[in-house]
Design a binder for this molecule. Structure first.
Ligand code: PBG
Length: 319
């Protein structure tokens, strides 16, 4: 009889036989920075996470570096918003100032990444600009992404994270960066990003003004094959890294993407995944540390080379 249990007999055997060993360097910490705060502000639906001031952001970046995480992903919460999200391209805008502050604090110890999308900067909360009819205007949005990419590159971003799900966004941003001498800025494409209800707490974190939903640009959770079409396009347009988001409900998609991509594949364990586990743990219904660990192992086992997770620093510190 074959006996798979032989390799499970002792902790030492199990440790040696483990196929997946998440490392701190594979974890990326998302961080929020808000304009006009004098103290960090807790995010109600994400216990343990805060909106940072520029000063507390610097500390959080340093803490992440010392823990050994691979990088940070920055999101800005501006105090003023308009129809075209101007603050995103303003060098004095909160996100661009945060990139500069984080780059200084990281001092090359970890990778500094920034969210490249309009939703935090538009007064209507959509990821793109709107046409006369109120629809999200794909092609007009690309110009705004181009200028935003230049502002982020000038601020020092190592990686720009394109999370807006506009068609052609990777090619447009790559061309803008190359044309301005930023050939070395890495393009991370949120290639397969679904219109998910798991983003709820994030929208609190960035004080989203969105009415309605993003279903005309983010993918339908019902579709698996379509993710490969998105990934193929992003790879062809020059994405350096492709991402699947959310993570836990989309491990099938992640495995598909990992099979076809010749470039790194990352996954985003989103705000709702964090909030759900924290809430259940706070009630004593789940073993917090065990479930967090298992969730990350599952995502990496499915094919992620790195994971954006709100627990990145905590996990790295616990090693
Ligand atoms: C868009 C963006 C979103 C998230 C990351 N980038 C929100 C959205 O698409 O509505 C969600 C991340 C999370 O839920 O943790 N800029």
């Amino acid at each position: 009889m074959d006996r798979p249990r032989r390799l499970r007999r002792t902790p030492a055997l199990r440790r040696l036989a483990a196929e997946t060993r998440p490392a701190s360097a594979q974890l990326i910490q998302p961080l929020f920075v808000s304009e006009g705060l004098s103290e960090p502000a807790p995010i109600g639906s994400m216990p343990g996470q805060v909106q940072h001031t520029l000063a507390s952001l610097t500390d959080a970046v340093d803490r992440a570096c010392r823990a050994g995480v691979g990088g940070v992903m920055l999101f800005g919460v501006p105090s003023g918003r308009d129809a075209v999200g101007s603050a995103g391209s303003d060098p004095e805008g909160i996100l661009n100032r945060a990139i500069a502050a984080a780059t200084t604090a990281a001092a090359g110890r970890e990778v500094v990444m920034s969210d490249l999308c309009l939703d935090e900067f538009t007064d209507h909360g959509h990821c793109g600009v709107l046409s006369d009819t109120g629809a999200v205007d794909n092609d007009a949005t690309l110009g705004h992404y181009r200028s935003m990419s230049l502002a982020q590159a000038r601020a020092g971003a190592d990686v720009v994270g394109l999370s807006g799900m506009m068609d052609g966004q990777v090619g447009a941003v790559r061309e803008a960066l190359d044309g301005a001498g930023f050939e070395d800025v890495v393009v991370l494409a949120y290639a397969a990003k679904y219109a998910s209800a798991w983003y709820g707490p994030f929208r609190d974190a960035v004080e989203s003004t969105l009415q309605g939903d993003r279903r005309t640009y983010q993918q339908d959770p019902a579709n698996r094959r379509e993710a490969l079409r998105e990934v193929e396009l992003d790879l062809a347009e020059g994405a350096d890294v492709v991402m699947v988001k959310p993570a836990m409900g989309y491990l099938d998609v992640l495995a598909d993407v990992a099979r076809v991509s010749d470039r790194p594949v990352w996954a985003y364990q989103v705000s709702g995944e964090y909030a759900a586990i924290e809430a259940a743990a706070a009630n004593g219904w789940l073993d917090r540390e065990a479930v967090i660990h298992e969730s990350i192992v599952s995502i990496i086992r499915a094919g992620a080379d790195a994971v954006l997770t709100y627990w990145a620093t905590e996990l790295a510190e616990s090693r």
